[in-house]
Design a protein around this ligand. Sequence first.
Ligand code: RM4
Ligand code: MN
Ligand code: MN
Length: 397
Amino acid sequence: MISDKQTDRIIHALDAFHIELPSWGFANTGTRFGKFLQPAAATSTAEKFADAGQVHRVTGVCPTIALHVLWDLPNGVGNCAQVQALAAEHGLRPGSINPNVFQDQNYKHGSLGNPDPAIRKEALDHILDCVEIQKRLGSRDLSLWFADGSNYPGTQNIRHRRRWFEEGLKATHAALAEDQRMMVEYKPFEPAFYHTDIADWGMALALSQAAGPKAKVLVDTGHHYQAQNIEQIVAWLLDMNMLAGFHFNDRRYADDDLTMGSIDPYQIFRIFHEIRFYEWERGARADIAYVVDQSHNLKGKIEAMVQTVMNAQELYAKAALVDHEQLVARQRSTDLVRAESCLQDAFKTDVRPAIVEWRQARRLPADPLEAFRQSGYLERITAARGERNLSGSTAYA
Ligand code: RM4
Ligand code: MN
Ligand code: MN
């Protein structure tokens, strides 16, 4: 049974825990082998906002939506007014802005790391347009992921590409306003299979440090090799004040973009624990963007997103139960089993009743998934969008 004191800890923790939804998580996506179309998938930016608004309505903790510029604002700054209006209509705010320098044919051999200066400039111009979009939308974070790399040894000059990245990121940093940030994401492979220019957290850290103080690292949980200790990376970045945020998802093999907590919930719990432990030591909250980066090509998209948010809250609430005073004492006396139990006891606690209490006090549905299913929204959009979706006429994301 959970005590009143534990419930209070959870309630306090959840009050400050917000999760950003990805616009692209509501559209049809697939694998490199094909795309399975869903009749209810969002077919426009307006529909992505509407769907994200539903997730926020039933969970109450997703006030912002991450936008992918090429997919959501194809006319760049020209779409800002429309996006502002959509955000207002659905009770949301634009979140992180994601440039897209990987889909155009010109980026076959890279963007900021491309050996052709004209293509590097094209990529930088697009990124600078995104900074302008960010300013107009009042969005704080620029979220940078680069597909740059190569497939065969000897085909690219790795050192030159590193320098070109440094140049491009410095120029990006120079365009940011005082209160803006840039988040530099890393990924070991895919689409490049031999070398990726920003392959791991060390490379993202070095490039962020070179770019300037508003640049920090973004950790996508799916972008690691299998045995990598992700919470250690998080602890290091926190300690160096270099952690900007997360892209949350789960995976079994590679960058699978599965529902957060569906494969290894203890992994997410350990990440949240490192954050809470750091915040407790500092006596202040860390400024971290918690963003979901998932695309469900088989599960219903809105349902899976609600499930994600519920999983995230549960794992965060469990991490909030770790008794830090006790943990520190046990670490000091190297009481190993008892120290480990501080984490395990918290992880094993059923926090769901406390979360329901938190929801009820905020007039939110006790069971967000059920509330969504009862709302009739899915049936309405399935009827309205079915034909458009199944004709396959909608573009990627
Ligand atoms: C990448 C990476 C980026 C995301 C794209 C669509 O693997 O995770 O963050 O924007 O996929
Ligand atoms: Mn990502
Ligand atoms: Mn990814």
